[in-house]
Design a protein around this ligand. Structure first.
Ligand code: ATP
Length: 193
């Protein structure tokens, strides 16, 4: 069974692409969603987060995402520490999940797949790309946030050309080329291997 990484910058449309693979019957692991769930479910991760960020990390047992975001957004060291805590646990969770799947291939969707080194152990990487202004306007519309805030988050990620160097396939989500056609082409390639 092939393990395929799916990544792309903020607003590129990787979740949208992941949903198409899911519609085709392919098991999809959404790393961000699982990370959020593990921060709630995993007792040792919960303790580590409280140790790192204080009791305010949780309010009434619920992860205080606004508080955590406010810290890691302005503090790169805190963001690195958060990632260092979450990634090994997420990696194990992914391995367990994938061992239960029965499919010619599976998809692991992650925003910082390449930056975090989570592409190691995957067979192929698919990168979703879109023009910068389009990515920003999508996120502004989706999250009701400011242009500058999206740009600041974007500037913390690798550029598309850096990501391309570590990717095997590129999907262009520029709203001109057909997304479905590009996904179907990859689906055929991965199903045949
Ligand atoms: P993030 O890293 O911020 O989670 P993402 O790469 O997962 O972003 P999506 O959430 O898939 O991106 O897409 C961002 C927004 O753009 C969503 O509201 C989505 O519906 C919209 N979008 C993505 N692709 C297209 C498209 N081809 N046509 C129209 N809207 C699109």
């Amino acid at each position: 069974m092939l393990k395929i990484g799916l990544t792309g910058g903020i607003g590129s449309g990787k979740t949208t692409v992941a949903k198409i693979f899911k519609q085709l019957g392919i098991p999809v692991y959404l790393s961000d969603d699982r990370a959020k769930a593990l921060m709630l479910e995993n007792e040792s991760l919960r303790k580590s987060l409280i140790g790192l960020f204080g009791e305010q990390a949780y309010v009434d047992g619920v992860l205080n995402r606004a508080y955590l975001a406010s810290i890691v957004f302005s503090n790169d060291e805190a963001l690195t520490k958060l990632n260092e805590l979450v990634h090994p646990i997420l990696q194990k969770d992914f391995e367990l999940w994938s061992s239960h799947q029965q499919s010619p291939y599976i998809i692991k969707e992650a925003a910082i797949l390449l930056e975090s080194g989570a592409n190691k152990g995957l067979d192929k990487v698919v990168l979703v790309e879109a023009p910068k202004e389009l990515k920003i306007s999508r996120v502004v519309q989706r999250d009701h946030v400011e242009y500058e805030d999206v740009l600041a988050r974007m500037n913390k990620q690798w550029t598309d050309s850096q990501k391309r160097e570590h990717s095997d396939y590129v999907i262009s989500n520029d709203e001109k080329s057909s997304l479905l056609e590009q996904v179907l082409k990859l689906h055929d390639i991965f199903s045949d291997q």
